[in-house]
Design a protein around this ligand. Structure first.
Ligand code: HPA
Ligand code: ZN
Length: 342
């Protein structure tokens, strides 16, 4: 099985909180969980939609209290990501959850910042943070969060928009995205996960985002498809997440192949790997198996991920060369195996 070099552009650091670490942090911080058996905790991760996931996800985050907790979480993700082929990670975090849990913002930035510094040097993964606003808490709370985070400006490269989508359109966040742009921050937003194409249009036209997170429902609008294709707007697709949250019935029905056929700059990502059954390499393996994507298409997706990343052009082209040599090696190995059989 090939481990593909890839950029992960859609992963919530809070969604990498594995049940074992959850239990360990609950003990460390004297937080009571419904059970301390990781298998039993995972058994409860059976979701009917985005909100049913968010309810459990936010409840679990009460175990994160100190800079050390955030450090352990961040380092654990980078080590696992590196083993799965990740060369570049642009990692979401949700400061509003932690502020609302009484955690000072400097503990969040100290812990995650330290994890990225140490983890980048120990694993070789190039990593940056993108700060998300929770759309269900509204635009004024988002503005306050950005202002509170500006003293830590060097710790993050962009802003995003996540949490419950339907009923909370992107356009409400125009002013805070304008402030972020004025600070030189990159701008992305979740859109078209549960919400329809209108949510994607608003993210593009009103927020001026550079990437769309998810975006699977964009396929319902041919004009939107033209816009995404012509402007090369990347979509950070999360196949296992879409199945777990019932945005897609079965992986075999996932629109990823149609998105690639339409010439969209689609990438594969894990979203919340501790909850949805796997990291980015697991997502790649699953779509290869269930959707029959061949190695060339996976190489296209991996190349897309580096093109879509906010890393510098020289670094991106080195990674893209690496994808090319991985494809050549994989095809060579397949050809050798074929000739040995004949
Ligand atoms: N969608 C919206 N908000 C989220 C998600 C998601 O998939 N994961 C964590 N916060
Ligand atoms: Zn997400």
């Amino acid at each position: 099985m090939t481990t593909w070099p890839v950029a992960e552009l859609h992963v919530h650091i809070e969604g990498t909180l594995e049940a074992e670490l959850l239990v360990q942090l609950a003990r460390r911080n004297d937080v009571t969980l419904p059970t301390t058996d990781p298998t039993e905790l995972r058994r409860r991760y059976a979701f009917t939609d985005l909100q049913s996931f968010l309810d459990i996800y936010y409840a679990n985050l009460t175990v994160l209290r100190t800079a050390q907790d955030f450090y352990d979480l961040g380092l654990g993700y980078l080590e696992r990501a590196a083993a799965g082929g990740v060369r570049r990670a642009e990692i979401f975090f949700d400061p509003q959850v932690h502020i609302n849990n009484g955690v000072p913002l400097d503990a969040v930035f100290d812990g995650l910042g330290g994890a990225l510094r140490d983890g980048s040097s120990s694993t070789g993964v190039s990593a940056e943070l993108i700060m998300c606003f929770m759309r269900d808490l509204g635009p004024e709370a988002a503005r306050e969060t950005l202002l509170a985070a500006l003293p830590f400006r060097e710790h993050f490269i962009g802003v995003g928009l996540d949490s419950a989508e339907v009923g909370h359109p992107a356009g409400l966040f125009r002013d805070v995205y304008q402030m972020a742009a004025a600070e030189g921050l990159h701008r992305v937003a979740h859109a078209g996960e549960e919400g329809g194409p209108d949510y994607v249009w608003e993210a593009l036209d009103i927020l001026g985002v550079e990437r769309i997170d998810h975006g699977i429902r964009a396929l319902e609008d041919p004009h939107l498809m033209v816009r995404l294709r012509d402007q090369r707007i990347p979509l950070t697709v999360c196949p296992l997440s879409n199945v777990c949250l019932k945005a897609v019935g079965r992986l075999a029905d996932h629109p990823l192949p149609a998105m690639l056929d339409e010439g969209l700059l689609a990438t594969i990502n894990s979203d919340d790997p501790a909850y949805f059954g796997g990291y980015v390499d697991d997502n790649i393996a699953a779509v290869q198996r269930e959707l029959g994507l061949d190695d060339e298409l996976i190489a296209t997706i991996a190349t897309n991920s580096f093109r879509a990343s906010f890393a510098g052009p020289a670094q991106r082209s080195l990674w893209i060369d690496e994808v090319r040599s991985t494809l050549a090696a994989t095809q060579g190995a397949t050809a050798r195996a074929g000739s040995e059989r004949t």
